[in-house]
Design a protein around this ligand. Sequence first.
Ligand code: GCO
Length: 466
Amino acid sequence: MNNSFLWGGATASYQCEGAWNEDDKVDSMWDAYLHEKGLENGDVASDFYHRYKEDIRMMKEGGQNSFRFSLSWPRIILDKEGTVNPKGLQFYHDLIDECLRQGIEPFVTIYHWDLPQYLEAEGGWQNRATCDAFMHYARVVMKEFDGKITYWTTFNEPRWFIFNGYFIGNYPPECHSAQMTIKGAWHVLLAHAMAVQAFREEGIQGKIGIVHSYTPVDGVDDRPETLKAMRYADNYCNNWVLDTATKGEIPQDMLDKLSAEGIDLSFMNEADLQIIRNNHVDFLGLNYYSRTLVKPYTEGETTLIVNNTGKKGKGTSKTIVKNWFEQVQDPDSEYTEWDTEIYPKGLYDGLIRAWERYHLPIFITENGIGCYEDVSVDCVQDDWRISYMNDHINAIMNAMDDGVDVRGYFAWSSFDLYSWKNGCEKRYGLVAVDFENGLCRRPKKSYYWFKDVIESKGERVERRKL
Ligand code: GCO
């Protein structure tokens, strides 16, 4: 890898900061939802808000040259009128300045799911007004930090938070409505395009992108009906984000199918479509955990089960989208306790496809494995994570050898943090956080392995053809 390749870890404001009500921050929808349900929450999380200097020092000592984090909208904009919180901005100035002081390139996500509750209370992503509120928030932070930030991304994983919130229902606001899902997806795509437009209008320095929960689609065979199921699944999982953000085109075959199935698309007006058509990203952020393997839909109602239990077994996760596709498990693959397939070849295949379709620079903005780990030891011997990361970085290097312009890799996550609806027991960190004992940080074996990989410019990776 060349010297400009970005190596780092990734986090998200709600999942790591804690300080949920400090320095005038107002509630996010996750604060309200988890408090109301009495569930494990991010009130303290990894307490990054108070410990960020220690964490950044550890990134530096780990050889990392970049750090992906998100800004907390409810820490920065306090109400529907758009009142700016100077204490919120100051925290991120301090954080960014510490990164720059340590030679760590900040890689910023403007929205990573922590919508202010005052907007959720007015309909959240069902409400067109949320798009205007997002554009205001994005304009404030882009102008505030202009010149300090080179890499901006608007949204983290539109598909994941919209589908889980409005279709699957395991995230707030816990809805099960195809109509609300499509309307919410539309508003996020529009808000994204409005922020890109503001970025261009304000002449903000650097580049702007979007981060997608990328699950490249494979089929169980190559029968025509399977190829059709693959297209439906690719539209459902990937194309409505990636085609739209890179080309300004929402897949027409998907819109046609939605209309034919009775979804009302009348909210998509021409003026807003024009904003989407005219505002494209400079790069793509792809979060890769696994692929989507499908077979043709045959029978049954739409069934959407996500494993947030961490105890894999029969029926702990299931995706059937009626008249579209059915997701299946590969008997030859390993799966995590949360039913995530471990399939590095999917990352190679997905990078080749994304490069051929969009021909834009790509950053792997998240890749990692969540595990149960005993952090009471001095150094967690997470050889499983080293093997996982090696095989996925190998896949990236193979794709780069075949011409894909990959410019960075961010491990999810820099340190252990709160995992949405999975709590803190699902550990992803390169650095262990002992949540039971003073939140002390201890690097895992993977942290030191990653340092070797970075300092060897990738030579340390065990290479293999896929
Ligand atoms: C989890 C992990 C990540 C997050 C991340 C996605 O919850 O399983 O923490 O995969 O979802 O915020 O961008």
